[in-house]
Design a protein around this ligand. Structure first.
Ligand SMILES: [Zn+2]
Length: 307
């Protein structure tokens, strides 16, 4: 009888506390963002705005709070019109924040006959799906760190969205308490080290990777940037936050020596390894369960340049 009760109880707790993000969910989000209906999500188009609203709806499902004002959509000016970044907050036990970001815009359509849509499944629907997946993981759970989720717009036109939101004074209350920003950029494929691994740009500039790997769940590993000479650290959305001296790196799985889909029409869902992505999202969640302001306070060294 006792045994039975224990078994029943443990099954009960599994069903209550299991936070695994299902692969189907990952597939739905990424496929929606990378669908032909989104026409490549170019900034300034109605489809770009549709993508912003879709991400806001996902943030709402995950019970995130607004970062500022009364909407997840934070406007900035693009060619005399309004364009939007999307921002949501999850309050944790500590009021120190970890940030999770990616860019939802891509490069629209080409004049080619046949497939002329740049679906941007890897670049960067995969990054947005990863940050939404992490929010999913903590939907019914209080994380150690507070979390801010930011979907940037206008990256492909020169990192416009991340620049605008990083300079938004209404968000200083978050930025002043930001321990680190994880910017996900092209995480749809298996890395050159295999599954369950990503590389971090600018790994030589901070100890974030060492501290993360020390606490990483289920073998998830952050590797050094194999393309350090390309200076990717200074060429992605994280740089807007580096300028504010916030620890901010980009994380990727893409093998730049092999990626024939980069900025091509064939960057669509057929190249996505959903199994690997789902594993990475859930292992990120489990790792974040282990991190707190005491064991995770990464610092820059003197090799980094802030402007
Ligand atoms: Zn990109």
């Amino acid at each position: 009888m006792k045994k039975l009760t224990y078994l029943a109880l443990s099954m009960f707790s599994i069903s209550i506390f299991a936070q695994e993000v299902p692969q189907e969910r990952v597939k739905t989000i990424l496929s929606t963002l990378a669908s032909d209906e989104m026409k490549g999500r170019e900034i300034g188009t109605p489809e770009n705005e549709n993508a912003a609203h879709y991400i806001a709806a996902l943030f709402k499902e995950n019970k995130l709070e607004y970062c500022t004002g009364n909407s997840y959509l934070i406007p900035f000016e693009y060619k005399g019109q309004k364009a939007y970044n999307v921002c949501g907050i999850k309050k944790g036990i500590s009021d120190q924040y970890l940030g999770f970001s990616g860019h939802f815009d891509h490069i629209g359509t080409s004049n080619k006959s046949g497939d002329n849509i740049y679906n941007g499944a890897d670049d960067d629907a995969s990054g947005i799906t990863t940050l939404v997946g992490i929010a999913d993981y903590f939907k019914n759970k209080k994380p150690q760190f507070s979390m801010v989720f930011m979907a940037f717009n206008g990256e492909e036109k020169g990192m416009l969205g991340s620049k605008a939101i990083s300079e938004d004074k209404n968000l200083d209350k978050i930025y002043n308490k930001m321990t680190a920003l994880f910017n996900f950029e092209m995480v749809a494929t298996e890395s050159q080290w295999g599954k369950n691994a990503l590389y971090m740009t600018g790994d030589g500039f901070s100890d974030l990777d060492e501290l993360f790997n020390k606490n990483a769940a289920n073998g998830l590993t952050i590797k050094p940037d194999p393309y350090a000479e390309q200076q990717l650290f200074y060429r992605s959305d994280n740089v807007s936050f580096v300028k504010k001296k916030i620890i901010a790196h980009s994380f990727s799985t893409v093998d730049m020596t092999k990626a024939s889909h980069y900025h091509h029409e064939n960057d669509d869902v057929t190249i996505v390894d959903f199994n690997n992505m789902t594993q990475i999202i859930n292992n990120f969640g489990k790792t974040l369960d282990q991190l707190n302001p005491k064991n995770f306070a990464p610092k820059y060294n003197d090799k980094v340049t802030f402007n």
